[in-house]
Design a protein around this ligand. Structure first.
Ligand SMILES: *Cc1c(COP(=O)(O)O)cnc(C)c1O
Length: 462
């Protein structure tokens, strides 16, 4: 049973095939939960599935996701041309493998990996798989060091902010590593050097720093964290590496904040992941992980398989997947180049900052971030407004806008926010339409609040 099972589907539920497109002799219904006995024509099957999907949200109005919702038609064409190539068959599809290799090199260069053997890495299905691989490498290296010194290896831990994306929680649970989270406090909503160091000890496999936070789009101070760890090691403390989860920032900072030092320019940074399908501008799912050098990636995590012909090193959790996303990533890199990416990301940032400023002027909203790091910002509703962020989110949904509302993490669970992710394709025009809709919905909400007795309102809101 899928995890998102909808309880109201009876076992014999069917989809009626509209006579509009049923062809003569075709069945009139398709069972929802059983394999149909007979066949449909491709046209009818297409129409049934196509119509089911009409009720999905409009991807372009989805301000919740970080994931790419627009690509050139030429990119789509390349993707459909390469859907049938299995990315793992590197011997059969050497040119797809070559494009993957070039992408890794380009990213390693963008993140300032230097030297003859600098920058080894691979594509993944997304940042989550990339985080698993990078986390495993940290764990392996820590264990090798401990074993060599004759020390116990049974209680590894990973230090990070409570704001990390769920993939780090998963990494710790799946691979038996104790997560050590720094809670949020006051105005501090992510990891800092001062808060990370006290949690580090000889069993810390690494510190995971985020660029930037999914919670509010802010960057964690990677350089300060790295400097504090240098100092810890220099004063005889444990020698702890840094992994940077740059799921979004890996494709933003090099273009918009080129002077920000967060990457392999810092000696402590041993690996970096990014999501090709976020600001890498590729449809889901593709991610990347790059290690500083061979030494950062333990040899025994790499498997050599020979049953596809040749001997191919692989480091991945899964095996087969389409090569189309890797092809599309290479397309974007050569199509846009540095200047193209800079222009796209700058437009996102300009729109995000403009939108944030307009929202701040509406009155009941207070910005936590303004889009000046990631083109992402979070804002709260005035506690005296009489309505919540959830009401605002619901109200915007009426017009098709998807703006998520959620509560922050410990110790700021009592604060709830709305978050807007500005992506390629979100124009100034759309942003002005959103401000108009927000203005109107806020005045309607205000009206509802004054018109309803308090007890009634409570019931309505919960
Ligand atoms: C989105 C995100 C992830 C997970 O990435 P996927 O590519 O969706 O697997 C991990 N970390 C951060 C900071 C993210 O924003």
């Amino acid at each position: 049973m899928p995890l998102h099972h909808r309880a109201h589907d009876a076992a014999d539920a069917t989809i009626a095939i509209n006579p509009l497109y049923a062809q003569s002799g075709e069945t009139q219904t398709v069972p929802k939960l059983h394999l149909p006995h007979g066949e449909l024509s491709p046209d009818t099957a297409y129409q049934v599935v196509h119509d089911e999907l009409m009720l999905d949200g409009n991807a372009r109005l989805n301000l919740a996701t970080f994931v790419t919702t627009w690509m050139d038609p030429q990119a789509k064409r390349l993707m459909s041309e390469s859907l049938d190539k299995n990315a793992i068959d590197k011997d059969e599809y050497p040119q797809t493998a070559e494009l993957e290799r070039r992408c890794v090199h380009i990213l390693a260069g963008l993140w300032h990996a230097r030297g003859a053997h600098a920058g080894v890495g691979c594509s993944t299905t997304g940042s989550s798989e990339a985080a698993m691989l990078a986390g495993l490498a940290l764990k392996w290296r820590w264990r090798e060091r401990r074993r060599a010194a004759g020390l116990p290896v049974d209680t590894p831990n990973l230090v990070m902010g409570i704001n990390v994306q769920v993939c780090w929680e998963k990494f710790c649970r799946y691979w038996d590593v104790e997560p050590r989270y720094v809670p949020m406090e006051g105005e501090r909503r992510h990891l800092t050097a001062e808060t990370a160091i006290p949690l580090c000890d000889e069993n810390t496999i690494g510190v995971a720093a985020v660029l930037g936070s999914t919670q509010d789009g802010s960057y964690e101070p990677v350089a300060a964290i790295a400097a504090a760890l240098e100092q810890l090691a220099a004063s005889g403390g444990p020698d702890i590496p840094v992994h940077v989860d740059a799921a979004s920032g890996g494709f933003i900072a090099p273009f918009l904040q080129p002077d920000l030092v967060w990457d392999f320019r810092l000696d402590r940074v041993v690996s970096i992941n990014t999501s090709g399908h976020k600001y890498g501008l590729v449809y889901p799912g593709v991610g990347w992980v790059v290690w500083r050098d061979r030494e950062a990636l333990p040899e025994d995590l790499i498997f050599n398989v020979n049953y596809l012909g040749g001997s191919m090193p692989t480091f991945a959790l899964n095996f087969s997947r389409s090569g189309s996303n890797v092809v599309a990533q290479y397309y974007q890199l050569i199509r846009l180049g540095f200047e193209g990416y800079r222009r796209v990301q700058q437009a996102c940032q300009d729109n995000a900052m403009h939108l944030a400023a307009q929202i701040a002027k509406l009155g009941p909203f207070h910005l936590l971030t303004d889009g000046s790091e990631l083109p992402v910002f979070a804002f709260t509703v005035d506690p005296d407004a009489g309505y919540s962020v959830y009401d605002v989110s619901d109200a915007l949904r009426k017009r098709g806008w998807q703006v998520p509302a959620y509560s922050l993490c410990a110790n700021l669970e009592s604060i709830s926010v709305l978050r807007v992710v500005v992506r390629n394709g979100f124009s100034r025009d759309l942003s002005d339409l959103l401000v108009d809709d927000l203005k109107r919905e806020v005045s309607l909400l205000k009206h509802t609040v004054t018109a309803q007795p308090h007890a009634e309102r409570q019931r309505f809101h919960h």
